[in-house]
Ligand binder design. Structure first.
Ligand code: C2O
Ligand code: CU
Ligand code: CU
Length: 418
């Protein structure tokens, strides 16, 4: 439904079965029956109102990851939709164009709910971006990457204690699919929709040019050979298939194997372009506060901590002022978990606020990390320094490790914006 300033949708959050592996049907959780959820295309300056009806046997809620939305619509972990009821979420889309996604965020259930299918793309289209002439329409393709473990009957196996054993890689819900493309430029919006895995991507047969990160366009395009995406991170890339002969292939690979094959099947005109400047970084006000956050696992008590505490919805961990910026130094202290000799990667995601990555262990960030982000990978022992643009809303918002098995065990805190 469209009104003059709002697009209105209604989606059931419901169990379904999906054909993921040949000859087998897999029970999944869905938005509106499809695995993954439908892609919602919003327009900057027009609002979106989505009512989600909980047809599951347990709680759910919905978080727009990367969205700048009021606290009441942010999907706070304990602000859930009980089975049998519905809830409307209002998204203002007052931010620049970006590749966002929506997913479940119910306290302690988020990892399993997302793993079983409660995630989908949410794209904000932006008039200013259109003018740049980047590939658009059917040449602008969202691709959700994730991993999974299946049993012999085709059931998804969720073992939060063993998140590294998920050998099947899915692109838009399919194992190693192929995608027929024209010999021209495409914009591919890559999202790591896994709950834990870090993808390390390379492209075989063509070049990748990164044009956007989590919160939208980079200042300028960056050629990349390798893209590292942790859970929740996005990277928009432009790939030009024009150099590939008709009948040829290009493959997107993870270190663990092929993810997706592009078959170049036809010629096509191409008036799209990748301008040398995309979106200048606006200067940020000087930070008013410095904070340190330390992420660590507590394997003995099966807890996951930020500054030695598990998430407590009744406790405010920091008060921040709306409209300001702060410096947050986030450290992954897990170089030797439980005396095992092994380190564990974490990442860091904050709701509402976007940030610029200033440094990793004092060194400048990778070129593709030079724009506005909301999620960042932190290797064992590493410290990232972020300048956080808090945002203009009031209320309580969470920040957490986006390896959702960790946030479900408490690696999450909350800020109160005043
Ligand atoms: Cu994508 Cu709090 O999450
Ligand atoms: Cu989020
Ligand atoms: Cu973690």
């Amino acid at each position: 439904v469209r009104t003059s300033d709002t697009d209105i949708y209604r989606l059931a959050v419901q169990p379904a079965t999906a054909q993921i592996l040949p000859g087998l049907s897999t029970p999944v959780l869905t938005y509106g029956g499809s695995f993954c959820g439908p892609t919602i295309r919003a327009r900057r300056g027009r609002r979106t109102l989505i009512t989600f009806d909980n047809k599951l046997g347990h709680e759910t809620n919905v978080h727009l990851h990367g969205g700048r939305v009021a606290a009441a619509y942010d999907g706070y972990p304990t602000d859930v939709i009980t089975p049998g009821s519905g809830r409307a979420y209002l998204y203002p889309n007052a931010q620049p164009g970006a590749t966002l996604w929506y997913h479940d965020h119910a306290h302690h259930l988020e990892a399993e709910n997302v793993y079983r299918g409660l995630h989908g793309f949410y794209l904000i289209d932006d008039e200013d971006e259109r003018r740049l002439g980047l590939p658009s329409g059917s040449y602008d393709v969202p691709i959700m990457l994730r991993d999974a473990l299946f049993d012999d009957a085709g059931n998804l196996v969720f073992d939060p204690a063993d998140p590294y054993n998920r050998p099947t890689l899915l692109a838009n819900g399919k194992p190693q699919p192929y995608f027929e493309v024209a010999a021209r430029k495409y914009r591919l919006r890559l999202l790591n929709g896994s709950t834990h895995r870090v993808f390390e991507l390379t492209l075989d047969g063509a070049r990748m040019t990164q044009i956007a990160t989590d919160a939208g366009l980079l200042p300028a395009p960056v050629p990349v050979d390798r893209l590292v995406l942790s859970s929740g991170e996005r990277a928009d890339i432009v790939v030009d298939f024009a150099g590939v002969p008709l009948g040829g292939h290009v493959t997107l690979n993870d270190v663990a194997g092929a993810v997706l094959r592009f078959d170049v099947v036809r010629a096509a005109a191409d008036r799209s372009r990748v301008p040398a400047q995309l979106r200048p970084l606006a200067p940020m006000p000087t930070a008013v506060q410095d904070r340190k956050l330390v992420l660590s696992l507590d394997p003995v008590n099966i807890r996951a901590l930020i500054n030695d505490r598990v998430f407590d919805p009744a406790r405010v961990d920091m008060q921040v002022k709306r409209g300001t910026t702060e410096i947050w130094e986030v450290t992954n202290s897990d170089t030797n978990v439980g005396g095992s000799g092994f380190g564990v990667p974490h990442n860091f995601h904050t709701h509402l606020s976007h940030f610029l990555l200033l440094s990793r262990d004092g060194k400048p960030p990778l070129p593709g990390e030079g724009g506005w982000k909301d999620t960042v990978l932190i290797q064992p022992g590493e410290t990232v320094r972020l300048q956080v643009d808090i945002g203009s809303h009031l209320g309580r918002y969470v920040y957490h490790c986006h390896m959702l098995e960790h946030s479900a065990l408490g690696m999450m805190g909350q800020m109160e914006i005043v």
